[in-house]
Design a protein around this ligand. Sequence first.
Ligand SMILES: [Fe+2]
Ligand SMILES: [Fe+2]
Length: 267
Amino acid sequence: MTIAHISDLHFGRIADSGVVEALLDEINAADVDLVAVSGDLTQRARPAEYAAARTLLEALDPPTLVVAGNHDVYPWWRPVKRLRAPLERYKQFITDDLAPTFEADGVAAIGLTSAYGPSIKGGRIGPADRAAMREFFSEKGSDCFKVLVVHHQLHPTVIGPISPHPVAQQAQNTLAVAGEVGVDLVLCGHLHISAIQPLEIIPGTPRIVVASAGTATSNRWREPAGPINFYNVISIEPDAFSVKERRYIPDEGRFVRDGVTRFERVN
Ligand SMILES: [Fe+2]
Ligand SMILES: [Fe+2]
């Protein structure tokens, strides 16, 4: 089972004329079972940006599991819309399913929506989201590999220039539930930094690996990564899984392997 994890596409701020096509071509040419898209599909939630994001999603051959990011809510200069119907355009162009799920070949994934209106860039995971996660995963056996997809960070990622950074509201409660139901892997974005971390959320309980993807296609790079686009490929085997980081080379118009982190399965 192979998952391609792409994040922070930010249509409206695309970095390189070839990067979207290279991403699409590579995923469609590979043996990918699911594309997880962890939010910030647009820069300012404009219709043209959403239309471009939708065009990419429709051109991908594998099924997609998509969650919204903070840039996908109405911008601050539309305050009424932002508060009353923050994800109206997301629902119109992308999906009205704010807790999408996927299940095949011993892998189950759920996406939760952390983007909401009242915050400028923060996120929040509410009780209903946690209940949806608990209900979905509690039916799965312990040998099922469980993946949570969310835009915002649930735990601090320790990288010098961006530390400390805020986490989503109610992140600790959400991680506690994820630990209880045996989540193996969290796929997130938002920081525009590629980082793979095994976390012991609750001492003595199985660790959860958090894979934070860089921006796949935008020029909103962040130091220390610099002007680089990334996405991740997750390969899940019966006893282990690996996260392979793929880095875009503008001069060559293609992504190349940048690093591989391998973990034993523990849940
Ligand atoms: Fe972003
Ligand atoms: Fe974000």
